[in-house]
Design a binder for this molecule. Structure first.
Ligand code: SAH
Ligand code: SF4
Length: 416
């Protein structure tokens, strides 16, 4: 979401005559888009801002941290301007005003959602994010998003389709639909499944449609079947678990039980052929006992994820869970995280082995950073693979998986 916001802001600045420089040393103005989901991201952003101020740059803090902390952030980050997620509509005016008066200030007004009428695609870009929904109403007790991004709001389906058509006309072949809870998408006429079908039926050059994130409590059979029948919707579901214990799930306000989650994940595996399932898991939520944590490991054993983002619980100011008693100590969180990563990795290796000697169509993303002379691409179920040779990003190639390096399958072009 922040990546897309940064890109839209960049385009807006360029269209207003600002000049982008590649070398940050040459920049006069630095905009930092911040995340406040976990403390580490917050600390990094503040550190970077102070560093840039020491180099005499004009610094603007944007994003969730800006929205959440306002004036306080102005002080700790030493930035010149703090502009919250809902005030981007005024960004240019605020910057020009600062140029004239040099008055430091924090602006966190609610001016609505920032959108660009005409999206421009960068040279060589083949994949784009598209917002379908803003904000979140779920109020999971650990999460800061509802406070920084505001109430849930679904964009009009036709506006979304028009934006996607603009993108495909400029060469985009893959889109990722973004929302905090895409399954509750509803614009008054189209639900999420209808939206997926609308996009599938009305695009010509888009070959892959991805989305993130669904919420297990709202995902319907209708959506699962739509994906199963589609030739464009990527066979990948990111299904955030957060925790396996029913007691903890209740305290998190997630709205599903361990049993419901496992049933849903296994139904998805049953109905969508070759689907990959990834997840987000938090360890050390307040009050999480060893038994609770074992329940999380048990879900991992049942679902056998293809990938996972795993985090230590990070108390966020203003959220209910930050005030809960029985905060888990950092050492225990660290140990549980390592144990969890080991367990998840076992199944990732097991699942990757199932890919051996099978043919896959891969969308090339670019040269591999780790493996010189190889390209990286994604299969139709969103697994990263490498293939020897340098292929143009955005092209599709077919090949057979002949080996696996760590978690990464190695593809050989069919016919070789
Ligand atoms: N809307 C998505 C998640 C968005 S936040 C959902 O409902 O799952 C992305 C991820 O950050 C979450 O899935 C969660 O695992 C993690 N996260 C959010 N708040 C956190 C916190 N306080 N501490 C640690 N991880 C957190
Ligand atoms: Fe945060 Fe996701 Fe829960 Fe919304 S659904 S409160 S974004 S974790």
């Amino acid at each position: 979401m922040n990546e897309l916001d940064s890109e839209l802001i960049r385009q807006k600045l360029i269209s207003e005559g600002f000049i982008e420089v590649q070398d940050e040393k040459k920049a006069e103005l630095i905009l930092i888009n911040t995340c406040s989901v976990r403390k580490k991201a917050e600390e990094k952003a503040i550190h970077f801002s102070r560093q840039m101020k020491n180099n005499n740059k004009t610094v603007v803090m944007l994003g969730c941290l800006a929205q959440h902390k306002g004036e306080e952030l102005l002080k700790v980050s030493k930035a010149d301007l703090v502009i919250g997620t809902r005030s981007y509509e005024k960004l240019i005016d605020i910057l020009l005003d600062f140029e004239r008066k040099s008055t430091k200030r924090a602006i966190c007004e609610d001016l609505g959602i920032f959108q660009l009428k005409n999206r421009k695609v960068r040279e060589g870009e083949f994949s784009s994010f598209v917002n379908i929904q803003h904000g979140c109403d779920n109020f999971c007790t650990f999460c800061v998003v509802p406070y920084t991004r505001g109430r849930e709001f679904s964009r009009n389906a036709m506006d979304i389709l028009n934006e996607i058509k603009q993108l495909e006309e400029q060469g985009i072949v893959e889109i990722t639909l973004l929302g905090q809870n895409v399954d509750s998408y509803f614009d008054g006429k189209y639900d999420f499944s209808d939206l997926l079908k609308l996009i599938e039926d009305n695009t010509n050059y888009i070959k892959r449609i991805k989305f993130t994130s669904p919420n297990p409590r709202d995902m319907t059979m209708k959506v699962i079947k739509t994906i199963a029948q589609s030739e464009k919707i990527v066979r990948w579901i990111h299904l955030p678990l957060q925790a396996g214990s029913n007691r903890i799930l209740r305290k998190m306000n997630r709205g599903y039980t361990k049993e419901e989650y496992i049933y849903q994940a296994l139904t998805i595996r049953d109905i969508i052929k070759d689907v990959s399932i990834t997840t987000d898991i938090i360890v050390g939520f307040p009050g999480e006992s060893e038994e609770d944590f074992k329940e999380t490991l048990d879900v991992v054993r049942n679902v056998k994820y293809d990938g996972a983002y795993m985090f230590k619980y990070s108390p966020r100011e203003g959220t209910p869970a930050s005030l809960f008693k029985e905060q888990v100590d950092n050492e225990t969180k660290g140990r549980r995280l390592r144990e969890l990563i080991d367990e998840v990795n076992k199944y990732i290796v097991e699942r990757r082995k199932l890919m051996l000697n099978r043919e896959f169509e891969v969308l090339i993303e670019g040269p591999s950073k780790k493996d010189f002379g190889y390209s990286v691409g994604k299969t139709f179920n969103n697994i990263s693979v490498i293939v020897k040779g340098l292929y143009k990003p955005g092209t599709f190639i077919k090949g057979i998986v002949r080996g696996i390096k760590g978690h990464t399958p190695i593809l050989e072009i069919s016919g070789n």
